[in-house]
Design a protein around this ligand. Structure first.
Ligand SMILES: [Zn+2]
Length: 355
């Protein structure tokens, strides 16, 4: 049995609970598939039929047997990233305590922590990913009508959550380019001081702190373990705002705070990360068991990520770890307490109106 046949055989294992579906960016078309932007992707007849079948999520036992011509078509559609294989969704944590991941944009948790999340999936404590600036007109890869973009982005994130094993919450704040009418280049190069010194940045920060308040209250009731937030490498305005808000909320609640490496920015030589990570201790997490899941999750962000960006992140994982031990990098304060939680306790809110 070849590799592809083997993967299909695994998919058909009755106990796996795995399913397959067509990405939401595509609709069946008589010639193949039609993208949300109206482009036609021609497909051979077997692939066309399977893609149409999988417009609805299909269980493994509804799909072709390994070794058949249809199985080759299924493998081709999966390889092309038109179909995606999904494990069962994660439910509420089996144990109460979980991590809260503050993701500036809808793809940042998967980009920076996708392997870490997937590698920890067997523990049964799925993190809660809070997508803060989850409304954006930004498109990098597959073009879709602007009116469909937010809904498609939410679907992309739901699929990544299935693949990696997290729960997601969208705060619905507009991204920097829309909020401040900034060109793409102008959203980079921000520092904490530059954000805090400007009236616009202060207003933005107040909005983030306020939007996070009910999330942090609930998380503390649930026994949240830690806050994970971007270090701010590259100085994207939304990432820096998220870091400042995380620091304020961590100080208020006593929750330990860990910074994650901003990708793909940290994977390029364009940005110097020293300013964002100076004085912090780097840590590596082995993601060897989860690299395939991370790649699969990143590929569903069709409106945002191009293949070369995904490849750069995966190469970076091997560079900072080792060729056989790919890694994701995080940073923490030296001698930071691992368990500083004031569980269920009272705190002074960092939201200005609540002071
Ligand atoms: Zn981002």
């Amino acid at each position: 049995m070849n590799d592809r046949g083997g993967s299909i055989a695994r998919l058909r294992t009755p106990t796996s609970g795995a399913t397959v579906r067509l990405l939401p960016h595509y609709q069946p078309h008589p010639a193949g598939l039609r993208t949300a932007g109206g482009r036609i992707l021609p497909l051979p007849p077997e692939q066309r039929a399977l893609a149409a079948l999988c417009q609805v999520e299909r269980r493994a036992d509804e799909l072709p047997e390994a070794g058949s011509a249809e199985a080759a078509a299924l493998a081709a559609l999966l390889d092309a990233g038109l179909l995606v294989r999904l494990p069962p969704p994660v439910g509420s944590p089996l144990r109460e305590r979980y991590d809260l991941i503050l993701s500036p944009h809808i793809d940042d948790a998967a980009l920076s922590l996708g392997g870490t999340i997937a590698a920890a999936r067997p523990v049964g404590r799925p993190p809660l990913v809070v997508n803060i600036f989850s409304r954006q007109t930004y498109q990098e890869a597959l073009r879709v009508p602007p009116a469909q973009l937010d809904a498609l982005a939410a679907e992309e994130d739901a699929l990544a959550a299935r693949i990696l094993g997290y729960r997601a919450l969208h705060l619905g704040l507009p991204g920097a380019q829309d909020r401040r009418e900034l060109k793409l280049g102008a959203v980079f190069g921000w520092t904490k001081a530059r954000v805090l010194d400007g009236p616009a940045g202060s207003a933005d920060l107040d909005a983030v702190l306020s939007a996070l308040e009910p999330v942090l209250q609930r998380a503390a009731q649930d026994g949240c373990m830690r806050i994970l937030a971007p270090a701010g490498i590259g100085g994207h305005l939304d990432h820096v705002l998220t870091r400042i808000a995380a620091e304020r909320w961590a100080a208020a609640t006593g929750l330990p705070l860990i910074f994650f490496e901003d990708l793909p920015y940290g994977a390029t030589s364009v940005f110097d990360g020293a300013g964002a990570t100076g004085g912090l201790e780097p840590r590596l997490t082995n993601i060897a068991s989860a690299l395939g899941s991370k790649r699969a999750a990143l590929r569903v962000y069709r409106t945002r990520l191009r293949d070369h960006q995904i490849d750069a992140c995966l190469r970076h994982a091997a560079t900072i770890g080792a060729p056989d031990v790919p890694a994701e990098r995080s940073f923490r304060q030296p001698h930071a307490a691992l368990e500083g939680l004031r569980r269920g306790g009272q705190w002074t809110s960092p939201v200005p109106s609540a002071l």
